[in-house]
Design a protein around this ligand. Sequence first.
Ligand SMILES: [Zn+2]
Ligand SMILES: [Zn+2]
Length: 173
Amino acid sequence: MRIRVISEFKDREALGEVAEKLEEIYGEKSEIEVVEELIDKRFLNPLRNQYDAWRIVQHYRRFLNAGEYMLLVTDKDIYAGDLNFVFGLAWRGVAIISTCRLFPEFYGQPPDRRLFIERAVKEAVHEIGHLHGLTHCDDEKCVMKFSNSILDTDDKSCELCEKCSSKLRFSRF
Ligand SMILES: [Zn+2]
Ligand SMILES: [Zn+2]
């Protein structure tokens, strides 16, 4: 598989680090495409002023080519179903992550570029893990642990635990 990273978030350096980590963990080539606008107003829920992640991944799935996974990176705030927000979502070959709540500034903290990039890497590795069929993991440090809040994201590592790594290898044979 090939991972196509399509982003309206224009920080190439951060995207480059995300792509690099994805290649390292999944052993798949990843390519970055920066676009002007990934998500337009039709996906906006005006009542919550957030974008509907389910509708976005369903829409983009139509453009998925054989042999590839798609990772959409948006700077807009997203939600799914009853959850008041999500860091990301993955469904049948298409994943999305939002950078909106990964900035320390979102929580009233001073900017920290390292921390921001680390969070983006974790969320991307997590969602691509779902695309490979991995489910949520109980291991505290595993990147597949569910993040309910940014504290959970900060607590986990950007790596798969032993168990998840072996599931990943198994799913390929
Ligand atoms: Zn998840
Ligand atoms: Zn795990």
